[in-house]
Structures are given as C-alpha cells and as structure tokens.
Design a binder for this molecule. Structure first.
Ligand code: 13P
Length: 256
C-alpha cells in the first residue's frame, strides 16, 4: 500500500516560530516513538515567514525522513516587480517541494481569479514544485457536479496531460472547512463521489487516469479513519487540527 500523505496547512498560524517548533517537536517525539511503523508522509505548509525556520527544524530532527516542506502560495512569475509576492525560485532555494494552489480561502476570501490560479499552477510546475491543487464546490446543491467540472477546466486550462499528472488534487468542499459558518465534515461517501466526478472529468478532458487525491475539510482525530481507510483517498489536507499539536498527533495515531 502507498503511504498516505498528510498535508498540514497551517494557514496564517501559528504566530511565532517558537510555537511552530513546539508542534514539530511533539510530532518528532511521536515519530521517534513509533520507529519504522510509519504509514504516512508529512508535508508542513507554514506561513512564508516561517518556511526557512521550519525547513531547518525538519532537517535537524527525526522529521528529516518522510517530512517535506510546502508553501501555501506562489507568485505567477519567477522574478521582477511583484510587490509582496514570493517566487518559485525563492521557494526552491528554501527547500520547498510542494505548493498549495487554488485554496478556497484564496479563491473566495481574496478573490483570486481562475486565471491567476492557472498561472500559479504553471509557475509551480515550471519550478518543479509538486502542486497540491484544491478543487471543491461552495455548496453541495443540485449543480455541484457542473461546478466541479467548470473549476477543473479553468484551473487546468492549457496544461498537458503530463503536467496535470504531476499534480495532487485536494478535494476540499468549501462548506466543510472548519472555519466556515455551519461547517461540518463531509462524509467519506460524498467525498468518494466527488473524487470520482473529478477523476472522470480529468480523464474525459485531459486523458489522465492515475492521479492522487486528498480530502480536506474539518479533518480531525474523530473522522480521519473514515477517509484514510478508502484506497481512492491517498491522504488528507488538514487545517485547524494541524496547528493544535496534541490533536495533530492524535490524527497521526489513527494512521499507524
Ligand atoms: P480545516 O481542516 O480547518 O477544515 O481546514 C481545511 C483546509 O482548508 C485545509 O487546506
């Protein structure tokens, strides 16, 4: 069985590198305690300002084996005048290997356009970073299937099958994200249905079959087993529970 991929999207938390270190130390202690029995790989996606520090901590601990650094965003261009942005080459120099693209908080709260997301995806691929591409409907109403299909087409516009094959797709229904009003986790049955819709559409449009899928949206220690037990779900994208150090270790305990 392939190792499951657990991606910790810390969003705009924690507030200090010292707090980030505490999370990593607890995870490190847990990994040390289970030794070779680890059935997962980890990706930590801290805020930009902590990438260097977190990268250093990962390198100098047990986390060096099977833990990777991820960014939450990337600039559309590799250099030049783009105030406030962080480029792919900069991320590479910091040891970043993954980058989250098209997160719903960027799509809806920061009005990131489909065109921008598509450019960021191209930027990640150009810089040989593994894109974790977020796809998800705002509400599971009668048109959610069309919504997903439309989002796929704009997000992956003009990409080759080879390029799309390098992406990991995170199915993240917006309504299931813990900080959104009335949020509740999706059921694994719904998640599997959506993943199958996404897979079929990508196959129809771009002839791609073997993609890896994550589920994200209120994943915690109570529900992770429901998702991770499915062979079509290759891992999870965890928000809130990944910055609560005790809860994050409880999440990991369910995978080993
Ligand atoms: P929560 O796990 O807090 O619902 O966040 C999910 C998410 O947005 C991860 O990218």
């Amino acid at each position: 069985m392939d190792k499951k991929l657990i991606v910790a999207n810390w969003k705009m938390l924690p507030n200090t590198l010292a707090e980030a270190q505490e999370i990593l130390e607890l995870v490190n202690d847990y990994l040390e305690s289970i030794g070779e029995k680890k059935e997962f790989s980890l990706v930590f996606c801290p805020p930009f300002v902590f990438l260097e520090g977190v990268g250093r901590i990962l390198k100098n601990s047990h986390l060096a084996h099977g833990s990777f650094l991820g960014a939450q965003d990337i600039a559309i261009d590799d250099g030049g005048a783009l105030t406030g942005e962080v480029s792919g080459p900069m991320l590479r120099k910091l040891g970043v290997e993954y980058v989250i693209i098209g997160h719903s908080e960027r799509r809806w709260k920061l009005a990131e356009s489909d065109e921008m997301i598509n450019k960021k995806l191209k930027s990640a691929l150009r810089n040989e970073l593994i894109p974790i591409v977020c796809i998800g409907e705002k509400s599971r109403d009668s048109s959610f299937k069309e919504f997903l299909e439309q989002q796929i087409e704009t997000t992956f516009k003009d990409l080759s099958s080879d390029e799309i094959g390098k992406c990991i797709i995170a199915y993240e229904p917006v309504w299931a994200i813990s900080t959104n009003p009335g949020a509740k986790p999706d059921t694994s049955a719904n998640a599997l249905e959506s993943i199958s819709i996404i897979r079929e559409h990508l196959n129809l449009k771009f002839k791609i079959k073997n993609l890896k899928f994550l589920y994200g949206g209120s994943v915690n220690s109570q529900n992770i087993s429901d998702f991770i037990k499915e062979k079509e779900i290759n891992g999870v994208l965890v928000g809130g529970a990944s910055v609560n150090k005790e809860e994050f270790v409880r999440v990991l305990r369910h995978i080993t």
